[in-house]
Design a protein around this ligand. Structure first.
Ligand SMILES: C[S@@+](CC[C@H](N)C(=O)[O-])C[C@H]1O[C@@H](n2cnc3c(N)ncnc32)[C@H](O)[C@@H]1O
Length: 313
């Protein structure tokens, strides 16, 4: 009988995916193999000549077939990587996208610079006596539409002074978020609440106002939804994608309430669709609440992240 080694399988699955038009064929082949063989991706390369057992071959065969028919590999293996963190994933939540890492990056930069500024002020006030304890300068963050909890988890894991409230309307998605938060030991700093946008946040009980509100909400318009790739449209939750005729429904509702929930010098950071920068800038300007509205492009040169600073009163 023919012996299938890791190397041979990796090459075969990659070629099969390429032939079937699956994008990132090599990466997806590596993800399937490393999941079935319980190895890290790098370990596939250090064990290239290892023969693969029959039961594992059968599993790989079934998964490869499903992936070639457009089923997302992250759902097939139940996990993905985001901001260098291993996260659980199920078809109840959106698969975190690499573009969203830019939002996390900007959020962490903002929180760090804010901490540095307030330390400088404290320093001046205390005439040189700076307190270094981790409890100082806690920054309150709200992550609306948290899904798998990827944004909240990445911020909390990389900024020790963040306390985060994350909300989502989908209970099954929140169960995945809870598992991810537990996996990374972030339960003490992230609170998950179930409900519509800001609704589940009771200001007096949970927090007064936030330093930063972040969100990657649903933003796909009706015409874009009809044209989505099969691997997105048929597998990812519609509630995580679709946001009305022009895709701006959820943004409108966030923008309507945000003033109440942001500190006077706080900021809002949103992931946006490639064609929404102009319309959203106008909507936000009309509130009169924000200055310094910036749109940043992703690595594909599409508008992707909107940041806005609240005008201090
Ligand atoms: C685009 S996904 C983003 C998930 C995650 N933040 C990420 O970046 O991968 C949008 C999320 O918004 C949630 N959602 C949709 N409508 C909502 C609403 N009205 N209030 C709160 N969450 C909502 C969906 O359940 C979904 O988890």
């Amino acid at each position: 009988m023919e012996t299938w080694t890791i190397q041979k399988l990796l090459n075969w699955i990659t070629a099969y995916f390429t032939e079937k038009g699956v994008d990132a064929a090599r990466l997806k082949a590596e993800m399937l193999l490393s999941s079935v063989l319980s190895l890290k991706r790098i370990e596939l390369y250090t064990r290239f000549d290892k023969p693969v057992e029959k039961s594992q071959l059968d599993q790989l065969h079934a998964l490869t077939k499903r992936a070639a028919q457009s089923e997302p590999v992250a759902y097939l293996i139940g996990k993905t990587e985001f901001y260098s963190m291993q996260l659980d994933i199920s078809p109840d939540c959106l698969i975190p996208r690499p573009e969203t890492e830019l939002l996390v990056e900007r959020a962490i930069e903002f929180l760090r610079s804010r901490t540095a500024q307030s330390r400088e002020m404290q320093d001046t006030l205390q005439q040189g006596r700076i307190s270094e304890t981790a409890g100082d300068n806690v920054q309150l963050v709200c992550d609306l539409c948290t899904g798998s909890g990827c944004i909240a988890a990445a911020i909390a894991a990389n900024f020790a002074n963040a306390k985060i409230i994350a909300t989502d309307i989908s209970d099954p998605a929140l169960k995945i978020a809870a598992a991810n938060i537990k996996k990374h030991n972030l339960e003490k700093r992230i609170t998950l609440l179930h409900g519509d946008l800001f609704d589940p946040i009771i200001q007096q009980l949970d927090t007064a106002q936030f330093d930063l509100v972040v969100s990657n909400p649903p933003y796909v318009s009706a015409s874009e939804f009809a044209a989505l790739d099969k691997n997105v449209k048929d597998y990812e939750p519609r509630i995580a994608l679709f946001a009305g005729d022009d895709g701006l429904d959820i943004y409108r509702r966030i923008i309507e309430k945000i003033d109440l929930f942001l500190k006077p010098d706080g900021a809002m950071m949103l992931e946006i669709g490639y064609a929404q920068g102009h319309a959203l800038t106008q909507l936000i300007e009309q509130t009169g609440v924000f200055t310094d509205i910036k749109i940043e492009k992703d690595i594909n040169n599409n508008d992707r992240i909107l940041t806005a600073a609240k005008t201090p009163t």
